[in-house]
Design a protein around this ligand. Structure first.
Ligand code: RFL
Ligand code: PHB
Length: 410
């Protein structure tokens, strides 16, 4: 076995087709696929990652920013903590403001003893790519027409095209880490899967600006809609506002964005927001989605390929990491001869954690946003819930426990 690369050439099966062999074929080179490949390598298990986009595209995607304490520990445990600890910002909780009321702070460190981290997904992806490349890991990017075969047999395989040429990977297992638009989940029989879904009637307009962020993350609920002030590093801020699904980026020149953002915060916070030219602007729709089960034969789904959360509460990347923790442990135990107990319980175990985060993200989304069909009763109840949250130590503790992240199951 060559744990560094994992490519063996076993000849051709059809004319012109290059055939490779590995233990685990990983579909998708986002954070879930790259982290899985990295951990498997550390444990002596071969993998090849197939990514449909270019490396440059994957590296510049801007998404998540907040890591649960468990994600921070996992990254440190697998040798990926050095830059995070140097450049990330320790995150001990988040502030909440709502129209006409003062700020309160959910102190995750006080209630859980755990420390989170504000460290961007873009930097994590860079760190993962660097680690895989340093180890000679095989990441095949810009692949087309990926198809999964033989999932219920002992020797599945993947076919795809690269630079117009057909290629094939024979393997023992396939990890579907190819996000919400990937091919892995649709490769499971429709009759087997059950989908749970909720689509929200608004989106998030997000911007990045090279300006100093506020000291804390601040979530805002306001009659004009939700807002969030987040951070990446001392000179990089991330801000979001709730927007209409019909809005386009062109509708939001910088000046309008900053004015709207500030209008959703009390003046003392609005005045502290440092504005400047934005370097990125995008609109993301909000959706809750779970597809069960997360396993079909020798195919195992992880991350956004199996589930999506609205970003309120910052759970998406963290769930991708907990899936990868469970899946890597299961595959390593299998290869070390420890049996298939974890492979067999993977879907149920991962889904238990998924549903905790689905519920939290759904609850926070409902609590913090304005919905077009809200009645006055809905809004008064929401305000009451915010008031209760602001004054109840028990409510603080419950939110802190979930925001910092529930423990991984052993
Ligand atoms: P990804 O990152 O989508 O990666 C999947 C990869 O698979 C590739 N792919 C294919 N490859 C081969 N063949 C195919 N047929 C393929 N189809 C697709 C894709 O090109 C891609 O490279 O999924 P992964 O790895 O599961 O990671 C999930 C996270 O990216 C996602 O959950 C988070 O970004 C969500 N999220 C947040 N999560 C957090 O934990 N904390 C946060 O603070 C946070 N903030 C956010 C977020 C997501 C956001 N958006 C844009 C949806 C903020 C926003 C605005
Ligand atoms: C982010 O920094 O991108 C972020 C932070 C907290 C969230 C969502 C996104 O709840």
């Amino acid at each position: 076995m060559d744990p560094g690369g994992g490519v063996g050439y076993s000849g051709s099966r059809s004319i012109g087709e290059r055939v490779m062999r590995t233990q685990v074929a990983v579909i998708g080179g986002g954070p879930a696929g790259l982290l899985l490949s990295h951990i498997l390598h550390l444990e002596g298990v071969e993998s090849i990652v197939l990514e449909s986009r270019s490396k440059a595209h994957v590296m510049k995607r801007i998404r998540a920013g907040v890591l649960e304490a468990g994600s921070v520990k996992l990254l440190r445990d697998v040798g990926l903590g050095e830059r995070m600890d140097r450049e990330g910002h320790v995150h001990d909780g988040a502030a909440i403001v709502w129209a006409g009321h003062g700020r309160f702070f959910i102190d995750t460190r006080k209630y859980t003893g755990k420390r989170m981290m504000a460290y961007g997904q873009t930097a994590i992806t860079e760190d993962l790519y660097a680690a895989r490349e340093a180890a000679g890991g095989e990441i095949l990017d810009e692949v087309d027409d990926v198809e999964l075969h033989g999932l219920t047999g002992a020797s599945p395989h993947v076919t795809f095209e690269r630079e117009g040429r057909p290629e094939r990977i024979d393997c023992d297992f396939i990890a579907g880490c190819d996000g919400k638009h990937g091919v892995s989940r649709p490769s499971m029989p429709a009759g087997l899967t059950k989908v749970y879904e909720k689509v929200y009637p608004f989106g998030w307009l997000g911007v990045m600006s090279e300006t100093p962020p506020l000291e804390d993350l601040v979530y805002a609920s306001h009659p004009r809609g939700f807002a969030l002030a987040s951070q990446r590093n001392p000179m990089l801020s991330r801000y979001y506002i709730q927007c209409s699904l019909d809005d386009r980026i062109e509708d939001w020149p910088d000046e309008r964005f900053w004015e709207e953002l500030k209008s959703r915060y009390p003046s003392e916070i609005a005045d502290a927001i440092v504005t400047g030219p934005t370097i990125e602007k995008s609109i993301a729709p909000l959706r809750s989605f779970v597809s069960e089960p997360m396993r079909y034969g020798r195919l195992f789904l992880a991350g956004d390929a199996a589930h999506l959360v609205p970003p309120t509460g910052a759970k998406g990347l963290n769930l991708a990491f907990s899936d990868v923790f469970y899946l890597s442990r299961a595959l390593v135990e299998h290869y070390k001869g420890g049996g298939d107990r974890y492979l067999d319980s993977y879907s149920d175990m991962a889904l238990r954690r998924v549903w905790h985060c689905e519920r939290l993200s759904w609850w926070m989304t409902n609590l913090m946003h304005r919905f077009p069909d809200d009645t006055e009763f809905d809004q008064r109840s929401r305000e009451n819930e915010l008031e209760f949250l602001s004054m109840s130590d028990h409510a603080h503790a419950a939110l802190a426990e979930q925001y910092a992240g529930l423990p991984y199951e052993s």
